[in-house]
Design a protein around this ligand. Structure first.
Ligand SMILES: [Zn+2]
Length: 281
């Protein structure tokens, strides 16, 4: 279930109330629940969420929601959660190494490496939205210019068609513009594909994945149109003599990938706990 939580003070109560209502509606008792998964936008650092909005930075959401509901809570960034959903239920079922490119208001990626999510040293791995693809280009929230997510994101799509980011029925509007072959929408698709091609090359060159899935909140129809524009990809060092396998495809869990992902996270963590070597002290 996706919804907007205005402030963190109210947010925990709203979430806890929603858990109660869901359990009641599904006739599920608390002792049958593995846990609560919460998917939020990245960046997501060891100290907690930083990308969800200023009011949530460093807020101990897992702890507070856990106290309120009496259930274990796992907070995961939306791209990782979507990748986990794809691994458990989607087209990544048999894959140990793949990337899930998550197109939401920003852009991120869930990186599956050897059967586990790769998080990086500060938990911010996969923030591909901040790869610079147009030096000196559009200003990004991170302070740099020309970041990938300034071109490949819902925010960029809304800007291209001259709409406010928080317009109601925004996704339906984008789909309609695509159906109508609106010139601004088509220009955005082409520009987004040109920029995303650079991001895909960076991912392929860095990770040599078995597959790259593209999804997130972007409606499937638009994702497919974007992928049509994206091909052919740049040949990467991981391909041989131009024999490029177009192993880039829409994620099957989109556009409800964050919700699917959130629900999948406690199950994944239960059955596929991350193997860790103890650190030498
Ligand atoms: Zn940036």
């Amino acid at each position: 279930m996706r919804f907007h939580v205005p402030r963190r003070a109210d947010g925990v109560d709203i979430l806890a109330d929603m858990v109660d209502r869901l359990l009641e509606k599904a006739h599920v008792s608390r002792d049958q629940v593995f846990g609560i998964g919460v998917a939020i936008p990245g960046p997501f650092c060891v100290s907690g969420p930083t990308g969800i909005g200023p009011g949530w930075v460093d807020f101990p959401l897992e702890e507070k929601l856990g106290e309120k509901t009496g259930l274990p809570v796992i907070v995961e960034n939306d791209a990782n959660a979507a990748a986990i959903a794809e691994r458990l239920h989607g087209a990544g079922k048999d894959l140990e190494n793949f990337v899930y490119v998550f197109i939401g208001m920003g852009l991120g990626a869930g990186l599956f490496v050897n059967g586990q999510i790769y998080r990086g040293i500060r938990g911010a791995a996969g923030e591909i939205g901040h790869i610079i693809v147009d030096p000196g280009g559009r200003l990004c929230e991170c302070g740099n210019h020309g970041c990938l997510e300034r071109y490949v994101s819902l925010r960029a799509a809304y800007e291209a068609i001259g709409e406010q980011e928080d317009c109601s029925n925004g996704l339906e509007l984008l789909e309609r513009k695509l159906d109508e072959k609106d010139p601004d929408m088509m220009a955005w698709l082409k520009d987004a594909a040109d920029k995303l091609r650079l991001g895909v090359l960076a991912l392929e060159s860095t990770l040599d994945p078995e597959a790259i899935f593209v999804g997130g909140i972007l409606p499937n129809k638009i994702t497919k149109a974007l992928l049509r524009e994206l091909l052919p990809l740049f040949p990467s060092i991981t391909t041989h003599g131009g024999m490029h396998e177009p192993h880039i495809q829409p994620g099957v869990s989109a556009p409800s990938a964050p919700a699917h992902g959130a629900a999948s996270v406690p199950i994944f963590n239960e059955f596929y706990p991350e193997p860790r070597m103890p650190r030498r002290t």
